[in-house]
Design a protein around this ligand. Structure first.
Ligand SMILES: CCCCC/C=C\CCC/C=C/CC(=O)SCCNC(=O)CCNC(=O)[C@H](O)C(C)(C)COP(=O)(O)OP(=O)(O)OC[C@H]1O[C@@H](n2cnc3c(N)ncnc32)[C@H](O)[C@@H]1OP(=O)(O)O
Length: 328
């Protein structure tokens, strides 16, 4: 028998056997993230589901944090796969509409929700595997970097145009803020330094480089790349299909999702206390630094974004983005 428990933010649906599913609802009733949990395997899946681009709004940040906390509160769960319901966009980073002509009360709340997302994800007791099927620019790259392991699509998914003129889809990842006329916040930049090393990060930040999968792998921005050519039905691995939310069921034969599932399974088998303690060795001091400078960081961000010149850049950027999308 299925039981559905409703609260203002969370909807839990207790399904068959040991599996639990839940969705975190947005104000408009859409599910911003969908969570599934398999207690037997000790694995959860958190699927970002904010069309069209999984951009990070205040509500989206809160939804990811709430879902993650709910999964963490289950002692049987040791690892989680962070994925997207959009096969071509992991996350487009911050929702730029949060930055343009912002409401003075909402802006600091928005930034606080992003800081909290960093603290919760980077400091999670769970091992988080990012399944990066599509683009991950700016804060989309930050999301991936805050995880424990990153697997990116090699980009040979279908294609557009058809026939011999088939255009290859190549996802990219990186902190490209400088290309938008803004700078990555210090803690995001430092996360890049910790992920790919000082010199590579210094260059990438200055240039706002977006890396294709092979380059991302060679500099260590991702840990593995994987084709998305769906395998034959016989290659479906047990447990993955049940973990995928209904909107992503077709991903069960996707090698990228399978690799993420295997990695999450491997993490789930490591003695949890040792794994969490070793995670703290590398991450705790950075988490403390963020907490200590949080208010200062918020004031800096709000002051920076509301500058006339920055607003002008952002308005032009959003207009260009919308007209590009209209031309499609
Ligand atoms: C000195 C110290 C200073 C400290 C300063 C402190 C802080 C400053 C803040 C800095 C932090 C910034 C972090 C960020 O994340 S900024 C946001 C950056 N993100 C981007 O620039 C990505 C923009 N999007 C894209 O490049 C592409 O959309 C794509 C992700 C590559 C996907 O391309 P494609 O598949 O071609 O899709 P479309 O471009 O057509 O987009 C589809 C759809 O989605 C909307 N959209 C895309 N990105 C965003 C976004 N970030 N926010 C809101 N909406 C987005 C796009 O408008 C289309 O919508 P419509 O179809 O409805 O038009």
């Amino acid at each position: 028998m299925n039981t559905v428990i409703r609260s203002q933010l969370l909807r839990f649906s207790v399904g068959r056997g040991q599996q639990f599913r839940f969705s975190t609802a947005a104000a408009n009733g859409n599910d911003l993230v969908i969570g599934t949990v398999d207690e037997t395997l000790g694995i959860a899946m958190l699927t970002m589901n904010r069309p069209p681009a999984n951009s990070l709004s205040l509500e989206m940040n809160e939804a990811i944090c709430t879902s993650l906390k709910t999964m963490e509160s289950n002692p049987k769960i040791q690892s989680v796969i962070l994925s997207s319901s959009n096969p071509k966009i992991f996350s487009a980073g911050l929702d730029v509409s949060e930055l343009v002509s912002p409401h003075p009360d909402r802006l600091p709340k928005f930034w606080n929700s992003l800081q909290q997302l960093y603290l919760d994800l980077y400091g999670s007791r769970l091992a988080v595997v990012a399944a990066i099927q599509g683009h991950a620019p700016a804060a989309g790259c930050f999301l991936a970097m805050a995880c424990d392991y990153r697997i990116m699509s090699s980009g040979d998914i279908g294609g557009e145009g058809g026939g011999d003129m088939k255009k290859r889809f190549v996802p990219t990842i990186g902190l490209n803020e400088t290309q938008l006329g803004i700078a990555a916040p210090p803690w995001m930049g430092q996360l890049l330094v910790r992920t790919i090393g000082f010199r590579q990060a210094e260059l990438a930040l200055a240039m706002g480089t977006l890396f294709p999968p092979d380059r991302a792998l060679s500099i260590g921005l991702v840990d593995a790349i994987e084709s998305e050519q769906h395998g034959a039905e016989s290659t479906i691995i047990e447990g993955l299909s049940e973990l995928l939310p209904s909107i992503s069921k077709d991903q069960a034969s996707n090698p990228l999702m399978q690799k993420a599932f295997k990695q999450a399974t491997t993490f789930a088998k490591i003695p949890p206390h040792a794994r969490v303690a070793s995670k703290l060795v590398t991450r705790q001091s950075h988490i403390h630094d963020m907490i200590a400078t949080r208010d200062e960081d918020t004031a800096h961000f709000c002051g920076f974004v509301t500058q006339e010149a920055v607003q002008k850049n952002l308005i032009a950027y959003v207009e260009a983005m919308k007209s590009k999308s209209k031309k499609k």
